[in-house]
Design a protein around this ligand. Structure first.
Ligand SMILES: O=C(O)c1ccccc1NCC(=O)[C@H](O)[C@H](O)COP(=O)(O)O
Length: 217
């Protein structure tokens, strides 16, 4: 199976267009308070217009109120929601869209096998490197040997970059990899070269898995 790719924290239509050209499967747009990647409603039409069919548009929230989520859903028309905070399953599913639930994997985090039981409606889980209650997009990795089979598609996130994503895929075999700061020149501004190289590394790791090859170098 090929590893799906989600780029998170996009803020510019040009970055969106390049991600689409590179074949990225899902694009994450951040609405978390205090994030350097947080978008205003005014930015959304231009970003949305840059996404063609068959690419997922993911709206990411962290403990937002229902009215804020609804306003973004109306304006952005996401295909998936991502909840990063302490939202419960009833809230996450109340918008009538499939959702991803982020599970923190940093120090002090709950066992993900216990945490997933509280989200029976989640379409997938995203394991991220930060601790409970913290924001993401900070390049924090975690011990991948702690990533269990959650019985649903798993997105691996936290500190991925072009230097480690191949190893992550070989070791964890996630459904998808999710990256934000590892493909940026500064928070919110994606770097075209890094985006391209990240995708190349994922494709290379998938090819090696398929062909049973050992990595070179
Ligand atoms: O990206 C943010 O600024 C952000 C703020 C608050 C909550 C979540 C946030 N991002 C979550 C993501 O999905 C990131 O892609 C994920 O944490 C991975 O980030 P990175 O370690 O920088 O690749």
């Amino acid at each position: 199976m090929r590893t799906r790719i989600k780029f998170c924290g996009l803020t510019r239509p040009g970055d969106v267009r390049l991600a689409v050209e590179l074949g990225v499967d899902a694009l994450g747009f951040v609405f978390a308070p205090g994030s350097p990647r947080r978008l205003s409603l005014a930015q959304l039409p231009g970003l949305r217009a840059a996404v063609p069919p068959l690419v997922d548009v993911v709206a990411l929230f962290m403990d937002a109120g229902g009215s804020e989520v609804l306003e973004v859903v109306r304006t952005l028309r996401p295909t998936l929601l991502q909840f990063h905070g302490g939202e419960n399953d009833a809230f996450c599913r109340s918008f009538g869209l499939p959702y991803l639930k982020t599970l923190p994997m940093g120090p002090g985090s709950e066992d993900p096998l216990a945490a997933r039981k509280r989200y029976p409606s989640a379409s997938a889980f995203l394991l991220d490197g930060h601790g409970p209650g913290q924001s993401g997009g900070r390049g924090e990795s975690f011990d991948w040997t702690l990533a269990p089979d959650l019985g649903r598609p798993m997105f691996l996130a936290g500190g991925l970059n072009l230097g480690n994503v191949g190893l992550a895929i070989r070791q964890v075999r996630p459904y998808a990899v999710d990256v934000s700061s590892g493909i940026e020149s500064s928070p919110g501004l994606k770097d075209g070269e890094k985006m391209q190289q990240f995708v190349d590394e994922v494709r290379r790791a998938d090819f090696q898995q398929r062909e049973g090859q050992q990595p070179v170098g």
